[in-house]
Design a protein around this ligand. Structure first.
Ligand code: 15L
Length: 265
């Protein structure tokens, strides 16, 4: 086992529930945190409910942890005050706690929505200027900048995963480009946790899809090799969604429907 204690925040969310059973294989103890019900602890699990915006709770949460998989926070476009607390205050609290507790590596669930206003006919890499597609994407951009500062100033390593769409199957035409299987998600998280040197790295989280808007060449050092592909679902997805409205922002931009969600007041 590579880790004695791993912490995963957002453990009750869609990706957290999926990774919970998988990450256990790589650590003696898997500490799980969320604000919603985590069920009962399996062997080797520690359940630690905590609010990201609760600074003291976050400090306690990171005690004795080797590394963190930070999935916690609001995961869609929502009114700003929700995003402010969970994603901005919460990510600050997580990194401050990591600094104080001596945690040296964090895998941060960023999102493709930090670059959601690039068009679907553009291919970008991690050096492309950010073009967030809403306050959710802006909060993830904050996390990317925050984690870069904690690397430059304090030597805490982070891999920012700009996750595309990680679901059992691609649900629509856009996800033929953005989809990442759960097996590939596990590969990406484990590569990010175990690559010898990551410094501050950014990698797009996607499977080996024929259609792709993102170039991960700059993240080769992480050693992520996707094994799955949306291509096996392509015919079925296209049959289900035969026509696209070319004037719809969800069809024009990489961020899809996020680019036309909100404002909320
Ligand atoms: C995200 O960042 C969301 O958390 C997820 O629910 C998906 O909608 C995904 O992006 C996506 O872009 O498909």
């Amino acid at each position: 086992l590579r880790f004695s204690r791993l912490l995963m925040t957002g453990a009750a969310g869609g990706l957290g529930r999926e990774l919970r059973g998988r990450l256990k294989a790589y650590c003696d103890t898997l500490r799980l945190s969320d604000i919603t019900d985590l069920g009962t602890a399996a062997a080797g699990e520690e359940l630690r409910p905590a609010r990201l915006e609760d600074r003291e709770a976050m400090l306690a949460l990171l005690e004795g942890v080797d590394a963190v998989v930070h999935l916690g926070g609001v995961s869609t476009e929502q009114p700003f005050d929700l995003i402010l607390q969970a994603n901005i205050v919460g990510t600050y609290n997580l990194y401050e706690a990591a600094r104080k507790q001596g945690v040296k590596r964090i895998v941060f669930a960023s999102s493709n929505h930090v670059t959601g206003f690039y068009r679907q006919d553009e291919v970008i890499d991690a050096n492309a200027p950010l073009r967030p597609d809403g306050h959710y994407g802006i909060s993830k951009a904050y996390g990317e900048n925050l984690s870069r500062y904690y690397w430059d100033r304090f030597g805490i390593e982070t891999v920012c995963l700009r996750i595309g769409s990680s679901f059992p199957e691609p649900k629509d035409r856009r996800m033929l480009a953005t989809w990442m299987s759960y097996d590939d998600l596990e590969r990406l998280v484990m590569a990010s946790l175990t690559a010898p040197v990551v410094g501050h790295s950014i990698v797009y989280g996607m499977s080996d899809n024929a259609t792709s808007w993102w170039d991960n060449t700059l993240a080769r050092h992480i050693g992520y090799r996707p094994q799955d592909s949306s291509d096996t679902f392509r015919a079925a997805v296209e049959a289900r969604h035969p026509t696209l409205d070319p004037s719809d922002p969800a069809v024009i931009y990489q961020g899809g429907a996020f680019t036309r969600t909100g404002p909320f007041e």
